[in-house]
Design a protein around this ligand. Structure first.
Ligand SMILES: Cc1ncc(COP(=O)(O)O)c(C=O)c1O
Length: 292
C-alpha cells in the first residue's frame, strides 16, 4: 500500500512533495479541489469529478492548466504509480504563487497537486448502527462561490469541531434562511413516506457526485424523488435520514441534536438504496458495508 503525490505532473514520494509558502492555496484558501475514490482500483465517476473541478475553477476564475480529459489521465497515472488495491485521491488546484496581497493577478501559474492514499473505510459499526449529527448555523466561503468546491473549509472545520465535542459524526449546515443545506463534507437526504427529499442545487449545496448517482437510482429502491429546501423540522420528523459522499457512500443518521430520528436505527429504505448503490458501483457481490 503506498502514498504518492503528483505536483504539476511530476510523481513524487510524499516526503518530497513540497509547495511554496507563497502559494495562494496556503495563504488565502485560493483553491478548488476534488475527492475521488476507486472501486476495483478504478476511479469512480472520474469524468464527473474532473468536470466539476473545471466548473469550480471557472467559478472562481482559476485557469485550468489541463483540460478535463488530460487531468483525468494525470489522476489515472498517479493511481497506477501508487498501485493500491483501492485508493483515495485528493486533487487540488490553486491559483499558484506570487507576492503577498489578495489581487489574484499576482499569481500567473496555477498549481495542481494530486495526492493518492490507500482507501480507508469508515468502521462497519457506523453503517450498522448509524451516526448522530448536530445542526450548525453558519456562513461558508463556498456560499460566495455558488456551488464551487473551494479550498476554504474553515466554517465547516469549526462546525465539525462542535460536532466532535458532543461525539457527533457530522454537522448539518443551516444557512442564513434557516434551511438545512448539507453536511460539512456530505449531502443530506430525508426519507418521508417513500419520498427521497434533498435540497436542490440552488439551495447553495455542493452538487455531490454521489448525490447525483443516488437521485438517478432512487426509483430502483422504490423511492420517488423530491428536490426542495429542508427545514430543520423536516429532518427531525423524517422517517429516515442519511448522508452521502464519495468516501462514505450512504451513511445512516439516527439522531440529530441528540434527538432520535424515527426509531433511532438505520431505516429499511436507506439500506435498500445502499444495496442498489453498491450494485451500481460494481460492488454488488461484496459484503454490505454494515456487515462485519
Ligand atoms: C460540502 C460538501 N457537500 C457534499 C459533498 C459530497 O460530494 P461527493 O458526493 O461528490 O463526494 C462534499 C464532499 O466532500 C462536500 O465537501
Amino acid at each position: 500500500m503506498s502514498r504518492i503525490a503528483c505536483i504539476n505532473g511530476r510523481l513524487l514520494a510524499p516526503e518530497d512533495a513540497k509547495v511554496s509558502v507563497y502559494d495562494r492555496g496556503f495563504l488565502y484558501g485560493d483553491s478548488v479541489f476534488e475527492t475521488i475514490r476507486t472501486y476495483g482500483g478504478r476511479p469512480f465517476a472520474l469524468d464527473e469529478h474532473v468536470r466539476r473541478l473545471e466548473r469550480s475553477a471557472a467559478q472562481v476564475a482559476i485557469p485550468m492548466p489541463l483540460d478535463p480529459p488530460a487531468f483525468a489521465i494525470e489522476i489515472e497515472r498517479a493511481l497506477a504509480a501508487a498501485g493500491n488495491l483501492e485508493s483515495y485521491v485528493r486533487a487540488t488546484l490553486t491559483r499558484g504563487s506570487g507576492p503577498l496581497g489578495l489581487d489574484p493577478r499576482h499569481a500567473a501559474h496555477p498549481l495542481r497537486v494530486i495526492l493518492v492514499e490507500p482507501l480507508k473505510l469508515l468502521p462497519v459499526s457506523m453503517y450498522r448502527d448509524g451516526v448522530s449529527v448536530i445542526t450548525q448555523r453558519t456562513e461558508r466561503a463556498c456560499d460566495a462561490a455558488h456551488g464551487a468546491k473551494v479550498g476554504n473549509y474553515l466554517a465547516s472545520v469549526l462546525a465539525i469541531r462542535k460536532a466532535c465535542e458532543v461525539g457527533a459524526h457530522e454537522a448539518l449546515i443551516i444557512n442564513t434562511a434557516g434551511q438545512i443545506v448539507e453536511g460539512t463534507t456530505s449531502n443530506v437526504f430525508v426519507v418521508k413516506d417513500r419520498a427521497l427529499i434533498t435540497p436542490p442545487e440552488e439551495a447553495g449545496i455542493l452538487a455531490g457526485i454521489t448525490r447525483a448517482h443516488i437521485l438517478a437510482i432512487a426509483g430502483e429502491a422504490g423511492l420517488s424523488v423530491e428536490l426542495r429546501p429542508l427545514q430543520p423540522d423536516d429532518v427531525r420528523s423524517a422517517d429516515e435520514v442519511f448522508l452521502s459522499s464519495s468516501l462514505r457512500e450512504i451513511l445512516p443518521v439516527v439522531a440529530v441534536d441528540g434527538a432520535p430520528i424515527g426509531d433511532g436505527k438505520p431505516g429499511p429504505h436507506t439500506r435498500a438504496l445502499h444495496l442498489v448503490f453498491r450494485r451500481h458501483v460494481g460492488m454488488g457481490d461484496a459484503k454490505a458495508p454494515w456487515e462485519g
